[in-house]
Design a protein. Structure first.
Length: 413
């Protein structure tokens, strides 16, 4: 039987080969199995087995551990004024929430360019928490993403023939958090078939004309691999032949888990691990145009878009505020509270040069799974894409959380 797909709300991150997704046992299925077991005839019992002492279960370490400011690597060296606009963007959304009312109110009185006052503000009003993985390690993967620019048109033509779709009318999104709180960050996506809810159409089915998406084309673009990368990034811009540039952002997703085409190319010997980046995959696609469609179809996940106002200072993240280049990150909200400042200690792409910055957790993504795990937003354009496409660094994270405020559960702001 085909099962419906549970998936995170959106993709996020450059094309890398480490993608994570979890499995779970549905409570109703567990109840059904228990009920059927209760109806079975009890067989003759075998002789008792020797008693074996149970294995001692070592409890998982807490993901967030309070530490002192002098243990935050690189904290004195960064200029908090560079992150202040991003922090104030978070406060614009969080200022009415109980956890954030006091600190956001106090932040209004701090001058925007006074680095010393801002550093004092964070040190006096926040407590740093070291982020740790379940195994106790405090390092994790730091990748990058950006806002790409595609060439496109409002009408299909011989040059622009790859559609970028808005959300289909028949796509159902079901939120089960009110029944199963543990599924807070998950949504059920599907479609009606008669009186049954079945999985929505896969990428291959959408691309091959099986889904009712005709008429939902927002734009037509000239490059299928660039369109695929746009779906990974979640937002971007379309430049028309007239010179006008329009902004687009994530609207929804078809419900299938993401499958890395970079990993597939490495497994098949088409690319080396070092070249499984955005640039490497793009070069492979140019050299193998007849193989591109079949490769893309192996990732069943598909993203739908919406047109955004052009006056935004950046693409909208999961927090609902524009992202700030070099100061916004995407995180796993199960560990890191969305909207919180995060100090990140990592290195510049493909180097050992320290990149220690105060960031703000303003986005999430289907590929961003794990405690010490972040996606660094580099901004818009080809230079940002170069950094994002090659960023695959190790790093440490510290969540800055308001003093005397209990830590939230499941990343709730």
């Amino acid at each position: 039987m085909t099962m419906l797909n549970f998936s995170p709300q959106r993709h996020r991150g450059t094309e890398n080969i480490d993608k994570h997704r979890g499995n779970f046992c549905h409570p109703l299925l567990a109840f059904a199995l228990f009920f059927l077991a209760g109806c079975a005839v009890t067989p003759e019992l075998p002789p008792p087995e020797p008693v074996v002492p149970p294995k001692v279960q070592v409890p998982a370490l807490p993901a967030l551990t309070p530490v002192t400011w002098d243990t935050v690597s690189g904290w004195p060296d960064d200029d908090p004024a560079a992150a202040w606009p991003a922090f104030m963007q978070s406060c614009a959304t969080l200022k009415n929430k109980p956890n954030w009312q006091a600190v956001c109110k106090a932040a209004v009185a701090i001058p925007a360019q006074d680095s010393a006052a801002q550093r004092t503000f964070f040190e006096e009003n926040f407590l740093p928490y070291q982020v740790s993985n379940p195994d106790g390690s405090n390092q994790g993967l730091i990748t990058g993403y950006y806002e790409p620019l595609l060439r496109g048109a409002k009408q299909r033509s011989a040059k622009y023939r790859y559609p970028l779709y808005g959300m289909p009318d028949d796509l159902l999104i079901i939120d089960l958090a009110s029944v199963y709180p543990e599924l807070k960050s998950m949504r059920l996506r599907g479609r009606l078939q008669g009186n049954r809810v079945v999985p929505y159409f896969s990428r291959a089915e959408i691309e091959h004309g099986d889904a009712p998406v005709k008429g939902k084309e927002l734009f037509w673009v000239d490059d299928p691999i660039e369109l695929f990368f746009l779906q990974i990034q979640g937002s971007g811009k379309i430049r028309l032949d007239s010179g006008e540039t329009l902004s687009i952002g994530y609207a929804e997703q078809n419900g299938y888990p993401y499958k890395s085409i970079g990993k597939l190319l490495v497994e098949r010997g088409e690319l080396t691990l070092e070249k499984a980046s955005l640039q490497g995959i793009s070069n492979w696609a140019k050299q193998n145009p007849d193989k591109v469609r079949k490769l893309l179809d192996e990732n069943a996940s598909y993203v739908f878009f919406r047109e955004l106002p052009n006056n935004l200072t950046g693409p909208l993240g999961a927090l609902g505020v524009p992202l700030t280049a070099g100061r916004s990150i995407a995180i796993d909200p199960r560990t890191t509270p969305l909207g919180a400042p995060v100090f990140l200690a990592t290195t510049w792409p493909n180097t050992e040069r320290p990149l220690n910055r105060l960031m703000v957790a303003q986005d999430t993504g289907g590929a961003i799974r794990g405690a010490v795990r972040a996606d660094f937003f580099w901004g818009f354009g080809s230079e940002a894409g170069g950094f994002a496409g090659s960023m695959r660094q190790r790093g440490k994270m510290w969540v800055l959380w308001p003093k005397d405020v209990p830590l939230p559960q499941n990343g709730t702001p």
